[in-house]
Write a protein of this length. Structure first.
Length: 344
C-alpha cells in the first residue's frame, strides 16, 4: 500500500503494519516518517531498536538472526534496514521475501534508502513486502505542495504564516526541507509569540535553497527567467561543473527540437517515445508555444559554440555564458550579443 508522507500520520494507537518501505531523495520527509514510526512503535512495546546497513560487506544472515532472536530485556523490536541503492541483490531478495511467509508479530521491519525506480518496485521482494506493509515515497516538494508543507510546519510550530512569509521561506529553502525545518525552529525561538513580521523573517532566514540541473530544466521549460538566474547562481556556488549544465541544455534542445518538428509535420506527440511523463507534459507544451524551429536552429549554433569553447577551456566565466543560453529558452534572442570565444 502506497502512502505519501503528507498522509503518513501515525499515533501511539495506530494499527502498525509488520513492514514499512521508506525510499526517496528527500531526507527531511524520510526522517519525519522514521521518527513517527519509532514513537508509535515504542508506545506499543517495541522498546528495542536495531539499525542495519546492507552495504557490500553486509551478511544477510545478520538480518535473519535479528528477526529470530529477541533480547532478554525486550519482547518486541523494531529493525531498521537501510538499503542505500534500493537493490538487495539475489541473496537479499530471497531473505526479504522469506520474511513475508511467516510474519513475526513481535518484529517491525523498516526498510529505507534513496530514490528507487519502477524496476525496483516491480521486483518480487518489494511486492511481497508491500503486500503486507506500507510504501512511503519521499520526493522533493515543489509549487503548491511545498507551500502547504511550509504552512503546516509553521502551524505545527505555533507560528503564523502569512502568504508573504511562506513565499519567502519557499524561495530561501526550496529543494532543502532540512534547512526549512531549521529556519522554522529558529523563528520559533526568536519569536515565541508566534507572529513574526515579514521584515523580521526576512532578516532572520538565510538563503539555503538547493537545486539540481533537472530543476533548472523544468524552470527553463516553464519560461521563468528570474528563477532560472537564481538557480544558475546556486549551482555555480555549489561548484556544479558547467559541462553538466551544458549537457542538460543540449539534451533538452534535442527533445524540444524533435517535438517541434513532429508538430510541424502534423504528427501527434508520442510522449512515451520521449520518456516525458504526464506530470511534465504541460512544461513542454508551454515551451512549444514560445519556441519555433528557426529559434531552435539559432540556439543549436550557440550551444555548439559553447561546447567547443568549454572543452578547450577558453571560457573565463562559463556561468555567464550559460545564463545567456538559458535565456534563449525563454526565448530571448542573442543575435546582437555574440559569444566570442576567440576560436579560429
Amino acid at each position: 500500500m502506497q502512502v505519501y508522507p503528507n498522509r503518513f500520520n501515525l499515533t501511539d494507537t495506530s494499527n502498525l503494519k509488520p513492514f514499512y518501505l521508506i525510499f526517496g531523495e528527500e531526507p527531511q520527509q524520510k526522517l519525519e516518517c522514521l521518527e513517527q514510526l519509532r514513537k508509535a512503535a515504542l508506545a506499543q512495546g517495541f522498546d528495542e531498536r536495531q539499525s542495519l546497513v546492507a552495504d557490500n560487506q553486509f551478511s544477510w544472515d545478520t538480518l535473519i538472526e535479528a528477526t529470530q532472536t529477541l533480547s532478554l530485556f525486550s519482547s518486541r523490536q523494531i529493525i531498521e534496514l537501510e538499503i542505500p541503492t534500493g537493490k538487495p541483490g539475489a541473496e537479499g531478495s530471497k531473505v526479504l521475501t522469506s520474511l513475508t511467509v511467516n510474519i513475526n508479530p513481535d518484529v517491525l521491519l523498516v526498510i529505507h534508502g534513496g530514490k528507487i525506480d519502477k524496476g525496483v518496485q516491480n521486483t518480487k521482494w518489494f511486492k511481497a513486502i508491500d503486500k503486507h506493509g506500507v510504501y512511503v515515497p519521499s520526493y522533493p516538494l515543489e509549487g503548491n505542495a511545498l507551500h502547504q508543507w511550509i504552512g503546516k510546519k509553521m502551524h505545527d510550530s505555533g507560528l503564523q504564516a502569512s502568504p508573504q512569509v511562506s513565499q519567502l521561506l519557499v524561495e530561501c529553502c526550496e529543494g532543502n526541507l532540512l534547512a526549512a525545518t531549521q529556519e522554522i525552529e529558529k523563528l520559533k525561538l526568536l519569536y515565541p509569540n508566534g507572529a513574526p513580521t515579514f521584515e523580521q523573517v526576512s532578516d532572520a532566514v538565510v538563503d539555503q535553497s538547493r537545486f539540481t540541473v533537472f530543476h533548472l530544466v523544468d524552470v527553463l521549460l516553464s519560461g521563468d527567467p528570474k528563477k532560472t538566474i537564481k538557480m544558475l547562481y546556486r549551482l555555480e556556488s555549489e561548484g556544479v561543473e558547467p559541462t553538466i549544465v551544458a549537457w542538460a541544455l543540449t539534451r533538452e534542445w534535442q527533445t524540444l527540437q524533435s517535438i517541434l518538428f513532429d508538430k510541424q509535420q502534423g504528427k501527434n506527440i508520442n510522449w512515451n517515445q520521449y520518456r516525458i511523463w504526464k506530470s511534465r507534459q504541460s512544461l513542454y507544451q508551454s515551451a512549444m508555444q514560445r519556441l519555433s524551429l528557426n529559434h531552435m536552429a539559432l540556439l543549436q549554433t550557440k550551444l555548439a559554440a559553447f561546447d567547443v569553447a568549454i572543452k578547450q577551456t577558453q571560457v573565463v566565466r562559463p556561468y555567464i555564458e550559460l545564463c545567456h543560453l538559458c535565456m534563449m529558452f525563454m526565448p530571448y534572442s542573442l543575435e546582437n550579443l555574440p559569444l566570442d570565444y576567440g576560436i579560429e
